[in-house]
Design a protein around this ligand. Structure first.
Ligand code: PLP
Length: 400
């Protein structure tokens, strides 16, 4: 009945469907890079709730804006506008105009998967009947809803849910020739992550992203970039595609844009966005006032502290410290989205478990790599503390 050990708080069985497996801890409080479990034990959160709380847990600028909005107006239907969601959409459009050089429009939603669903539907309507295929990369991750899962280039995740929806194709990540070979007249769009996050923190090369842009231009396809994990300053620029100097047609985002408030968005260039007409898409919570307050506060605060610059500088610092550790064979990633590869002889899961025992939250993103994505507000002293804990676990031979 229980499925796994879970602190049940009075229930006689686990209250959740165990999609995440057994939870490691019961966390009840957070501030900045620190969280505390129910027994009062402190942990350094070097995962940020999987790259979500980029401004730190309970950042006052964001939490105060959410709290104030909660007392003013949480939600009003899409039949009406509201000031905070409008301000958030204007701010996203301004960021994107700066980053991608085009005027655009946004669809607001609640998660990364929903943002990608919207992008896939937009691509289908853009392409028209017979030209509905979306090509993405092997190893990619685009979400768990059915179309986003079909776009996800991980066959093992498809297997229990076959048959997958029609109209998806995958090409090996980083191989431009393979991408070119995957494209035919049935393809409406290419959907790509600038850094494969769940796939192991693998940055796309500048040439690959530029090649995809050129291919899309040549064939009249949409270049759609999934910035759900990489967007909002995480990689040291506002958006990951900026590292390659390319201008996508469609960009999806979520995670860091709400600092923990569940929100996502799909941005599209005006001429592409106009494909969607009233009735084509929607969500009860699209453009809800409370999410708008969170997003506007995140953008304002990220601008105030110059979050992209901080992520770049602290990311370089973290990477240089990690690369000095014996037991780390490679450091990958950009900004504050990093992986420390421990080599094939070391079990990253075991290392991750022992790091947790010693008060550091990370994630074993694959069998040999730890993912580190601390808040952008983390201090150099906290980076030193985290790297010290990792050094101790590696030198004790854990997972070897
Ligand atoms: N796209 C990318 C690149 C992601 O990393 C994720 C989540 O990890 C998603 C989409 C799905 O986002 P969500 O879990 O908010 O649906």
């Amino acid at each position: 009945m229980t499925g796994h050990q879970f602190p049940t708080m009075g229930e006689d069985h686990c209250p959740f469907i165990p999609i995440f497996g057994a939870p490691a801890l019961m966390i009840e409080r957070g501030s900045g890079t620190e969280v505390w479990d129910v027994s009062g034990r402190r942990y350094l959160d070097f995962l940020s709730g999987i790259a979500v709380v980029s401004l730190g847990h309970c950042n006052p600028a964001v939490s105060d804006a959410i709290a104030a909005q909660a007392h003013q107006l949480m939600h009003i239907s899409g039949f009406f506008a509201n000031p905070t969601a409008t301000a958030a959409a204007v701010a996203i459009n301004a960021l994107m105009r700066e980053a991608a050089g085009s005027a655009g429009q946004v669809f607001m939603c609640n998660s990364g998967a929903e943002a990608n669903e919207a992008a896939i539907k937009l691509a289908r309507k853009f392409g028209g009947r017979g030209r509905h295929v979306v090509v993405s990369a092997l190893g990619s991750f685009h979400g768990r809803t059915l179309a986003a899962l079909a776009a996800t280039g991980q066959p093992a995740k498809h297997e229990p849910f076959q048959p997958m929806p029609d109209g998806f194709r995958h090409a090996p990540f980083g191989d431009l020739d393979a991408m070119i070979a995957a494209v035919d007249p049935s393809v409406a769009a290419i959907l790509i992550e600038p850094v494969q996050g769940e796939g192991g923190v693998l940055p796309a090369s500048v040439e690959y992203l530029r090649g995809i842009r050129a291919l899309c231009d040549e064939r009249g396809m949409l270049m759609m970039v999934d910035e759900v994990q990489t967007g909002f300053a995480r990689t040291g620029k506002w958006f990951g595609f900026e590292h390659a100097g390319v201008a996508p047609d469609v960009v999806t985002m979520a995670k860091g844009m709400g600092n923990g408030f569940p929100v996502g968005a799909m941005w599209a260039k005006c001429e592409v966005a106009s494909v969607f007409q009233p009735g084509d898409h929607g969500s009860t919570y699209s453009g809800t006032a409370i999410a708008g307050a969170a997003v506007k506060a995140v953008i304002d605060e990220m601008k105030r502290i110059d979050a992209p610059r901080l992520a770049a500088e602290k990311g370089d610092y973290l990477a240089s410290k990690l690369s000095t550790l014996s037991g780390v064979v490679e450091v990958r990633g950009l900004g504050l989205l990093r992986a420390a590869d421990l080599g094939p002889a070391r079990d990253a899961k075991a290392v991750h478990g022992e790091l947790l025992n010693r008060g550091l939250i990370t994630n074993a993103v694959n069998a040999s790599s730890l993912r580190l994505a601390p808040p952008i507000t983390t201090s150099l002293a906290q980076i030193d503390e985290a790297v010290g804990i990792i050094a101790g676990v590696l030198s004790d031979g854990v997972g070897a």
